[in-house]
Ligand binder design. Structure first.
Ligand code: C2E
Ligand code: MG
Ligand code: MG
Length: 632
C-alpha cells in the first residue's frame, strides 16, 4: 500500500524509503573533515541547545526550552528508554509527557517493525551512525492515524543519550494525497485516468508474475463507444460529456457486480475520449472476461436519459486475457487495441477476443509490407522460370518468369503472399523493373549460350499499377537496349481486368509496346469478362487460358466422363482466338490426358507441372539442352 492513496494503510507502514543518514554529520567523537583550502574559516558553529548543559543556570533554561518547544522531542537513554519527553510529544502521542518516561522509544514511534530502520536506530543508539530519519504512520489512541517524520540524533554528553524528535506531517501528507487523487482521476467521470490505469496495470503485472498466490493471469476489456463523435457533433459537447459520465457510472456498476463474488473488483478507468478499460487482476480465464464484456454490452443497451434527451449508444470491446508472466503493459495494450479494431471492423456493438493467429497474419502482412523495399535493395528476390511448351512437338517455346522472395525470417514466399502488398504500397514498380531486367538478361544469356538453336522468349507478368504509375514503355525500351534482347523475345502478361475498358493511358502503353515489337498476352483469360471481340481491338497477341478450364478436363483416373460442354467452349474459344490472330497457351496442364485433349482442339502451347514446375534458370538450360539432343 505504500505510496498510494487507495484505502487505509496499516499503522506501521513504511512510507517511501526509510532515510537513514550515516555520514551527514560526524557522530560525537569523530573529527570533521578539514575545510577546503582558500575558504574563509568561520567561527565554529554554536553548540545546539542541550537539555543537559554543564552550568546550572543554562541547564534550567535548556530544560525549560525543551519542555515548551513546539517540536515534539524526547531524550532516550542508551538502553532505548525514554528519559524525558516534552509536552508536545506527550500530546502528539496522546499520553501526556510523564506517561512516556521509561517507555521503549522504538515502540512509541514504530522503529522496530521494519528491520532496516530497527538496525539503523540501533546503530545510532550505540554511536556507530550519525543520524536516522524516517517517515512513519502512527495510530493515535483516539483512533485517528498520523504521519510523522522521526529524527534520532546522538547528544554529545558523557552518557551519550539520543534526541528523538517527531514532526507531525499529517496535513502535508493529506494535501499530497489529495493532489495525487486529482492527478490520477478524470474530473468528468471521476474514474481513474490513464496514468493511474497504467500504474495499476504495471503493478498488477509484476505482482501476478512473481507472486505464487494469485492465478498468474491478467485480463482486459478495452472499450470504445460506437459513433460517439456523432453525439458530440450533433448534440454538443455538454451532452457528450454527460453521456460519458453516465457510461462510466454503468461500467462501475458492472465492475462492482463482477467483483461481488470474487476477491478483487475490476478497475474501471477512462483512458481518454470515449475509451474505457476494465482491468481484471488475477483473472480466472477468458470466460470471466467474456462474461464481463457481455455484461457491459447489455448494461449499455438501456437508452440513457440525459436531462430529457433519450440517447442510445453501443460499444465495441477488445478482450485480451493471458498469463501475466512475459506480458508487458505495452504488449497487452497493443493486443487490446488490435482486438478493439477487429470488433469495430466486424460490425461494432460486440466484443471480440484476441486471436493470436489473426494477429500473426496481420503482423506478417505488416512485416512483409514494411520489408518489401529494403528487400529489393538487399537482393532477396529471385526468379524461377516455367516452360511454355509447344503442344504439337513438345519443344520449349518460351518461359514464364515467376518471382520468389527468399525472406530471411519467413523462408521462400510465393508471389501470392506479396505481390498484392507490393501493389498496395507501390513498391511493385521498383520490383517490376527488377523482374523485367533480370528476366530479359537471362533470356539473352540463353540465346547467346545456344546461337544455333531457335531462341526462347521470356514472359514477364506486369501489374496494373506498373502501367499507371511508371513509364513502362521507357523501362521496357531501356531494358531491351541494355540487355540486347530482341523485342519479339519479350512477352508481357497483363490480366484481363487490367486491359478491359482501357481507354487512354493503358491503351497507349499497350500500343507503344506492341509497336516496339513486344508481345502482349492476356493472363488468366476466362476469369474476367472474356470479351474476345473487345480484346481483338487491342494490340494483344496471345491468350493464356486460365487453369480452371483445363481443370474441367480432369477425368483421368475416375469413371466420370469428361464434361463435353467444357471442351466445346474451350475449342470455340481457341478457334475464335486463332481467327483473331491470337495464339493460345493453356495454364495448369498437369496430366498427359489434358495435354492430348488440348492438342486435339488446337491449343498452341501448354504450361504446367506435366512439363515442369517453375525452376531456377540453370534447370531451364538443362531442359533445353536435353531437348536439343532428342531426335525429332
Ligand atoms: P500466373 O501468372 O497465372 O502464374 C502461374 C501460376 O500458376 C504460378 O504460380 C505457377 O507456379 C502456377 N502453376 C504453374 N503450373 C501449374 C500447374 O500445373 N498446376 C497448378 N496448380 N499451378 C501451376 P506462382 O508462381 O505462385 O505465381 C502466382 C501469380 O503471381 C502468377 O500467376 C502471377 O499473377 C503473379 N506473379 C508471379 N510473378 C510475378 C511478377 O514478377 N510480377 C507480377 N506482377 N506478378 C507476378
Ligand atoms: Mg502469368
Ligand atoms: Mg496465369
Amino acid at each position: 500500500m505504500s505510496g498510494t492513496s487507495e484505502g487505509p494503510a496499516p499503522a506501521a507502514d513504511l512510507v517511501g524509503p526509510a532515510v537513514t543518514e550515516s555520514h551527514a554529520h560526524p557522530p560525537a567523537g569523530m573529527s570533521a573533515p578539514a575545510p577546503p583550502v582558500g575558504v574563509h574559516q568561520l567561527a565554529p558553529p554554536a553548540s545546539p541547545p542541550l537539555p543537559f548543559s554543564p552550568g546550572p543556570a543554562q541547564s534550567v533554561a535548556a530544560g525549560a526550552a525543551f519542555a515548551v518547544a513546539p517540536l515534539a522531542m524526547a531524550v532516550v537513554d542508551r538502553e532505548g528508554l525514554v528519559a524525558t519527553a516534552n509536552e508536545t510529544l506527550g500530546s502528539l502521542l496522546g499520553t501526556g509527557a510523564d506517561g512516556l518516561v521509561g517507555k521503549v522509544a522504538a515502540d512509541l514511534v514504530d522503529l522496530s517493525s521494519d528491520a532496516r530502520i530497527a538496525h539503523a536506530y540501533h546503530e545510532v543508539l550505540h554511536g556507530r551512525q550519525a543520524r536516522l530519519r524516517c517517515t512513519r504512520r502512527l495510530k493515535h489512541p483516539d483512533g485517528h492515524s498520523l504521519w510523522v517524520h522521526v529524527t534520532v540524533t546522538p547528544l554529545p554528553t558523557a552518557e551519550q543519550p539520543v534526541l528523538l524528535s517527531v514532526a507531525d506531517i499529517s496535513s502535508h501528507r493529506e494535501l499530497q494525497s489529495r493532489l495525487r487523487h486529482l492527478q490520477m482521476h478524470d474530473p468528468m467521470t471521476r474514474l481513474p485516468n490513464r496514468t493511474l490505469f497504467f500504474e495499476r496495470l504495471s503493478a498488477a503485472l509484476e505482482a501476478e508474475a512473481y507472486e505464487e498466490s494469485g492465478t498468474g493471469r491478467i485480463g482486459l476489456c478495452y472499450l470504445d463507444l460506437d459513433g460517439f463523435k456523432a453525439v458530440n457533433d450533433t448534440l454538443g459537447h455538454r451532452v457528450g460529456d454527460r453521456l460519458l459520465a453516465a457510461v462510466a457510472e454503468r461500467l462501475k456498476r458492472c465492475a462492482d457486480e463482477a467483483g461481488r463474488a470474487r476477491p478483487t473488483t475490476p478497475l474501471v478507468a477512462r483512458l481518454g475520449g470515449d475509451e474505457f478499460a476494465l482491468l481484471v487482476e488475477d483473472s480466472t480465464g477468458t470466460d470471466q472476461l467474456a462474461e464481463l464484456a457481455e455484461s457491459v454490452l447489455s448494461a449499455l443497451q438501456t437508452p440513457f436519459d440525459l436531462s430529457g434527451q433519450r440517447l442510445s449508444v453501443s460499444a465495441s470491446i477488445g478482450v485480451v486475457e493471458r498469463h501475466a508472466a512475459g506480458t508487458t503493459a505495452t504488449g497487452l495494450m497493443q493486443a487490446a487495441d488490435t482486438t478493439l479494431y477487429w470488433a469495430k471492423a466486424d460490425g461494432k456493438a460486440r466484443w471480440t477476443l484476441f486471436d493470436p493467429e489473426r494477429n500473426a497474419h496481420r503482423m506478417t502482412r505488416q512485416a512483409l509490407s514494411s520489408g518489401l523495399r529494403p528487400a529489393i535493395e538487399r537482393g532477396e528476390f529471385a526468379l524461377e522460370y516455367q516452360p511454355l511448351v509447344g503442344l504439337e512437338d513438345g519443344r520449349v517455346r518460351g518461359v514464364e518468369a515467376l518471382v520468389r522472395w527468399h525472406h530471411p525470417q519467413f523462408g521462400t514466399l510465393t508471389p501470392n503472399r506479396f505481390i498484392g502488398l507490393a501493389e498496395e504500397d507501390g513498391s511493385i514498380v521498383q520490383l517490376g523493373r527488377w523482374v523485367l531486367a533480370t528476366a530479359c538478361r537471362q533470356a539473352r544469356r540463353w540465346q547467346l549460350e545456344r546461337p544455333s538453336e531457335p531462341p526462347i522468349f521470356v514472359s514477364v507478368n506486369v501489374a496494373v499499377r506498373q502501367v499507371w504509375d511508371s513509364d513502362l514503355v521507357a523501362d521496357v525500351a531501356q531494358t531491351l537496349a541494355e540487355t540486347e534482347l530482341a523485342p519479339h523475345l519479350l512477352q508481357l502478361e497483363l490480366t484481363e481486368s487490367a486491359v478491359m475498358g482501357s481507354a487512354g493511358r493503358p491503351l497507349q502503353v499497350l500500343q507503344a509496346l506492341s509497336d516496339m515489337g513486344v508481345r502482349i498476352a492476356i493472363d488468366d483469360f476466362g476469369t474476367g469478362y472474356s470479351n474476345l471481340a473487345y480484346l481483338s481491338r487491342l494490340p494483344v497477341s496471345a491468350l493464356k487460358l486460365d487453369g480452371s478450364f483445363v481443370r474441367g478436363f480432369q477425368y483421368e483416373g475416375t469413371n466420370a466422363h469428361p464434361n463435353p460442354a467444357d471442351e466445346v467452349v474451350v475449342e470455340a474459344m481457341i478457334q475464335l482466338a486463332h481467327r483473331l490472330g491470337l495464339t493460345v497457351t493453356a495454364e495448369c496442364v498437369e496430366t498427359s490426358a489434358q495435354a492430348s485433349r488440348l492438342r486435339r482442339i488446337g491449343c498452341d502451347t501448354g504450361q504446367g507441372w506435366l512439363y515442369s514446375r517453375p525452376v531456377p534458370p540453370d534447370r531451364i538450360s538443362a531442359l533445353v539442352d536435353a531437348e536439343a539432343c532428342r531426335p525429332t
